[in-house]
Ligand binder design. Structure first.
Ligand code: GLN
Length: 488
């Protein structure tokens, strides 16, 4: 049976459009219909750009008819997490405080997608300002996991992950500060890449923790992830943290196979609290890698046990500073009533921010306050250096580190909302890689007995995306990914 356009991968759509076997308009319409028929149950999208998407698609089709060469993502519908700016459209970051704010320019990643003839399909739901692990902190509504709609899709990029898993688009962008691409990818059974810090421009990303934030792609296949990174990655003058590295350098050798690759399994990633089914599937994948020719050995990341504590000083500190700009003067929401500037700030921020964001701002402001700065932020920075050093040591012996992405498969709505600490622990295995700024990916490694996806995390040294994909590709070929979630 021939596949319907919404079932195709990024590569398949782009090739078919370039070769004239599928029009961009057909590709986009098929995804728009899919959204119409299922998104009422999933609620991945905050905004669907129906008219704009069709208009972009027709431009691509015209270009082809005129004989002009088409880009790498010709006609590919892409969803964008709603903390990334798409010019002319509302960008809320999942917060009431930005409701009604229209982006004045395109983020660099969006500009690059458009340049390669991709079609921006819509904006996806997220935890408010990307703070959360379940998308339950969105100010607007919750997104469901396509594999089981009683469960969360993960977070904070839950809308993007759910959209790709449910075939509402073959590619979506997310952001990852402490795990927000990898953990939802694991929960939704897809590929989620957190590129090396500096490899993908953050110009036009609403900043959360600036020393940690990275933008990256969600896809259903490994080579789609490679293709997406090719398009969005590389030096950007407009982001002062952008590295002077080309994507091709980072990707080098990605098709080399895994013969001889040395894989380290960190002792500290197999601890109490790790779900036995997740452990079994992760260990199974590592055995598969070994049987395919990789050499596996144990490594140690002793300071990773401080990662959560360190992160919850550094990320809130940076957030408290980044979020100071939302004050009722410059952007969108302004609380009515009140007298004087101070009251305007208080009322706007009091009404505009949700409880988790307020908790982070208070934590961060406290940690940065004079007299406490060295004791908290300074100390956290020193712990961060030790975490980073652990990776450097491990990477002297191995090329790649493998372990679980998250301690469990997707949990149920409400299961962790009353207990912030339990929610924070979802990121115990993903945060270390943000601390170190290296490259990491989550790929599917099986379904639990309950039918929920589980994720394997691979971590490579900075700019080692090629190594991540070497192993990912081999595993994908050996143990096919679960594919599309069946959505009623
Ligand atoms: N869940 C983590 C947090 O709440 C990470 C979020 C993210 O990566 N944006 O901060």
């Amino acid at each position: 049976m021939t596949k319907r356009p919404f079932e195709l991968t990024v590569e398949e759509i782009a090739r078919a459009v370039r070769e004239g076997r599928l029009s961009a308009e057909e590709a986009v319409s098929s995804h728009l219909e899919r959204i119409k028929s299922i998104d009422a149950n999933i609620r991945a999208f905050l905004l669907v750009l129906e008219d704009f998407a069709l208009e972009q698609a027709r431009i691509v089709d015209k270009k082809r008819k005129a004989g002009r060469p088409l880009g790498l993502l010709a006609g590919v519908p892409v969803a964008v997490k709603d903390n990334i700016l798409v010019q002319g459209f509302e960008t809320t970051a999942g917060s009431r405080i930005l409701k009604g704010y229209k982006a004045a320019y395109d983020a660099s990643v969006v500009e690059r997608l458009k340049r390669e003839d991709a079609v921006i399909l819509g904006k996806t739901n997220l935890d408010e300002f990307a703070m959360g692990s379940s998308t339950e902190n969105s100010a607007f509504f919750k997104t469901a996991n396509p594999w089981n709609t009683a469960c969360v899709p993960g977070g904070s990029s839950g809308g993007s992950a759910a959209a790709v898993a449910a075939a509402m688009c073959p590619l979506a962008l997310g952001s990852d500060t402490g795990g927000s691409i990898r953990q939802p990818a694991a929960f939704c059974g897809i590929v989620g890449l957190k590129p090396t810090y500096g490899l993908v421009s953050r110009y036009g990303l609403i900043a959360f923790g600036s020393s940690l934030d990275q933008i990256g792609p969600f896809t259903r296949t490994v080579s789609d992830s490679v293709l997406a990174l090719r398009v969005i990655g590389g030096r950007d003058e407009r982001d002062s943290t952008s590295a002077d590295k080309s994507v091709e350098e980072a990707l080098s050798g990605w098709e080399a196979g895994i013969e001889g690759l040395r894989i380290g399994v960190p002792r500290e990633f197999f601890i109490k609290g790790l779900d036995p089914e997740v452990e079994a599937s992760v260990r199974g994948s590592i055995e598969t890698l070994e049987s395919l020719g990789a050499r596996v050995e144990e490594v140690s990341l002793p300071h990773s046990r401080y990662a959560i504590a360190t992160y919850y000083i550094i990320a809130p500190s940076e957030a408290s500073s980044n979020l100071a700009r939302f004050d009722g003067v410059r952007y969108a929401f302004r609380a009515p009533g009140g007298q004087g500037l101070e009251e305007l700030y208080e009322r706007t921020r009091g009404q505009g921010f949700g409880p988790e964001v307020k908790r982070r701002i208070m934590l961060g402001t406290y940690a940065l306050s004079s007299g406490y700065y060295q004791a908290y932020y300074g100390k956290a920075q020193r712990a961060r250096t030790l975490i980073k050093r652990d990776f450097e040591q491990a990477f002297r012996k191995v090329d790649l580190i493998a372990g679980p992405t998250a301690p469990t498969a997707a949990f149920r709505f409400g299961e962790k909302t009353e207990d912030p600490m339990a929610m924070y622990l979802s990121d115990i295995f993903t945060i270390p890689s943000n601390m170190a700024g290296n490259a990491s990916v989550s790929i599917p490694c099986g379904l639990s007995k309950a039918g929920l996806p589980m994720g394997l995390q691979l971590i490579a040294p900075a700019f080692g995306e090629g190594t991540l994909f070497r192993a990912s590709k081999a595993l994908e070929a050996a143990r096919p990914f679960p594919g599309l979630a069946e959505v009623a």
